[in-house]
Design a protein around this ligand. Structure first.
Ligand code: C2E
Ligand code: CA
Ligand code: CA
Length: 641
């Protein structure tokens, strides 16, 4: 039989090229990459040995016997090791495997080990191959080589198909081809031994492997040359698994926006890439990642105690943008990896940077263990809140407000409620802040308004003595240019007359006296939607905003009321304040009234209305209706008497 090794020679050339490419490119760390490197070199070695062995065959009778036997034994042994490494590689690529599969994979080494021993010892027993006077021959167990390959191909296919969903539709076809091509090559080789295809097959699979994961083109940030966020998550996962990762430092240059404004986007990019270069030089280019925007992350292994000092040294340096020299200072956040579940690490880094930045230029912030729990809680709150918003429903409780003169309830305040799984009801003080931060407060506010309108319409509140519902408006909502249109649309949808809704605007919002705010508030009053000033006395000494903003009700903050209970001076001030408001034609509500004594004091001071736990706690609408029914019943009784 004559063998043609042209294809094998081509494969060797391509494999050498791949060795060069993978050496010059930044190599990724990790077990999987190591397996890849081993596979690459073994495939190369196997192909070279194959060419040498095949080329020697015609000259078997002129070559020393030990060369004939030795080359073939080594070649076949190396070839035998390829499939098992291939399976190992695929196994490492999979997201998670079960305990049984892990055991099976370990057992999988056995057929390959047996094959290797058989090949290496074939000169003794002639089972795989042998030489005689007419040259090279397959031994009676040569078929074992093919069944061995077939076995590993089946295992690989099983793993790939079993995990196809987790691999996703981008990676699964690649993995499938990676297994399929060498399998096909081996089948052809089996049917036509003179066509040398097995080596080409494994070379192709190495190429697919490289471009699938080992090539880090998709893992580099094009602007700074550092590894990107995707590479960071991979590295974090890998280092955590290996028990190496200790800390993550997040570095963000100060005033980066200003740098961008002064030197343009390109100048900003230049600074980022200079900083990245300096950090990569100091910490190694596999440890520095562009986390996103202006933030870098540095992974510090256990025992690296001087990372912060080395960072501080880099941060104070002068960097160049063209001819200009810029001293770059930066904030640093520190996250202890073991304090957080893996999926929380990214938020922990974001949190660390945000907190450091909030403290000022060049500041350092370390995320404590307790903050980790707090972050998980915040996340749960945000998730539940966003889910409610997506589903278009928000729970609202109502707190009745008492009219001192009429001796009955005349209005109520709508208070948003959020029941978070595992945490129970959380305070609106907490989730409203989150909603303001992530921009969902507008939708949340509209859902609360809609719920109120539904309540007014369904239960005919007007007939039950309720003049209007007080709805809280946050700063963000007040500054929405189209807010009045949205509000009117909802009220029209439920055919609720505009005077049935009062909006509460807190003192802190009113004090900003923004023009857009004033215009929006005027539009409300034009539509007969009245406004209440909420939390009066909570810290703004200047009340000039009362001149510009058309409030009809003032709500005295509960802390002011509580202070008046305790202290004579505060009591005199509160009495005078209430009188002043009455004199300029405003009606006054006192908040936070918790007992009879407080109620009496407020009534004596001449306030109009009282809101507080003494009269009613915030409760669901069904409870409100029951309460209003009871009140009506007792009113009727009083009249009869
Ligand atoms: P707020 O507007 O000052 O609402 C009154 C808060 O005082 C309510 O707390 C209420 O339960 C509480 N309160 C009423 N009477 C008493 C009392 O006698 N004693 C004590 N200790 N507390 C009393 P809540 O429901 O926790 O709401 C807190 C804040 O959350 C509200 O303060 C308001 O600023 C905000 N908020 C609630 N719902 C919404 C909403 O739908 N939209 C917006 N933008 N903010 C809301
Ligand atoms: Ca309020
Ligand atoms: Ca209030």
């Amino acid at each position: 039989m004559t063998y043609n090794v042209d294809l094998e020679v081509c494969a060797v050339l391509f494999l050498v090229l791949l060795c060069v490419i993978s050496q010059t490119r930044k190599k990724l760390e990790g077990y999987q990459s190591m397996v890849f490197q081993i596979y690459l070199y073994l495939v190369l070695a196997s192909n070279v040995l194959d060419i040498v062995a095949t080329s020697c065959l015609p000259y078997y009778d002129t070559l020393p016997a030990w060369i004939n036997w030795g080359i073939n034994a080594i070649f076949l042994t190396v070839q035998m090791s390829l499939p098992v490494i291939f399976v190992m590689y695929i196994y490492r690529k999979l997201p998670k495997t079960t305990g049984l599969e892990r055991k099976m994979i370990s057992l999988c080494c056995i057929p390959s080990a047996v094959g290797q021993i058989l090949c290496l010892t074939s000169p003794l027993h002639h089972l795989i191959f042998y030489f005689d006077g007419s040259g090279y021959h397959h031994g009676p167990m040569h078929i074992y080589l093919y069944t061995n390959v077939a076995f590993y191909m089946i295992v690989s296919l099983y793993l790939a198909i079993r995990w196809r969903k987790q691999l996703g539709w981008r990676e699964f076809p690649l993995l499938f081809t990676m297994i399929g091509i060498p399998a096909l090559a081996v089948i052809v080789q089996f049917a036509m031994p003179q066509v040398m295809l097995a080596g080409v097959g494994s070379a192709l699979s190495v190429y697919i492997m490289y471009f699938m994961v080992e090539s880090n083109v998709s893992l580099l940030d094009p602007i700074t040359g550092a590894l990107n966020r995707k590479a960071m998550t991979d590295a974090v996962e890998r280092d955590l698994k290996a028990g190496k990762l200790e800390d993550i430092y997040a570095v963000a240059p100060d005033n980066f926006k200003l740098i961008n404004e002064m030197y343009g986007l390109e100048g900003g990019n230049e600074i980022l890439s200079e900083l990245a270069k300096a950090m990569m030089k100091a910490f190694g280019d596999k440890k520095v990642f562009r986390f996103g925007g202006d933030t870098f992350a540095i992974l510090a292994e256990k025992g690296n105690t001087d990372t912060l000092d080395r960072l501080r040294d880099l941060i104070g340096r002068i960097y160049h943008i063209g001819d200009a020299e810029v001293r770059v200072t930066a904030c640093v956040g520190l996250v202890h990896a073991s304090n957080h579940p893996v999926e929380e690490l990214v938020s922990a880094i974001e949190y660390a940077v945000a907190e450091a930045k909030a403290r000022g230029k060049g500041q350092f912030f370390e995320v404590e263990e307790t903050a980790a729990e707090e972050m998980v809680r915040k996340k749960a709150i945000e998730q539940t809140m966003m889910q409610n918003i997506r589903e278009g429903h928000f729970e609202v409780h109502y707190q009745l407000i008492y009219d001192i003169r009429r001796k009955g309830f005349y209005s109520m305040e709508a208070l948003a409620r959020l029941n978070v799984p595992n945490y129970g009801y959380v305070s609106p003080e907490e989730f409203i802040k989150i909603a303001e931060k992530n921009g969902s407060i507008t939708q949340l506010g509209m859902l609360v308004l809609e719920e109120c309108c539904r309540f007014i319409r369904e239960s005919d509140l007007h007939a039950r003595g309720i003049d209007f519902i007080e709805v809280n408006l946050s700063m963000v909502q007040c500054m929405q240019p189209e807010i009045h249109k949205d509000v009117l649309r909802i009220m029209q949808k439920y055919q609720v007359p505009t005077h049935m809704i009062n909006f509460e605007v807190t003192e802190s919002v009113a004090a900003s006296s923004e023009e857009l705010l004033i215009r929006n508030m005027e539009r409300f009053t034009e539509q007969r939607i009245h406004l209440s000033l909420d939390d009066y006395g909570s810290g703004y000494s200047n009340i000039n905003y009362l001149v510009d903003l058309p409030f009809s009700i003032v709500k005295i903050d509960k802390y002011v009321v509580w202070a008046a209970m305790k202290n004579e001076t505060s009591r005199i001030i509160l009495g005078n304040t209430i009188r002043t408001f009455k004199n300029i034609g405003l009606r006054v509500v006192a908040e936070g009234v918790e007992d009879q004594e407080m109620a009496d004091m407020i009534a004596d001071m001449g306030a109009d209305y009282i809101q507080g736990f003494f009269y009613s706690r915030p409760v669901p609408k069904e409870k409100i209706l029951e309460r209003l029914k009871e009140e009506k019943g007792s009113d009727a009784e009083e009249e009869e008497n």
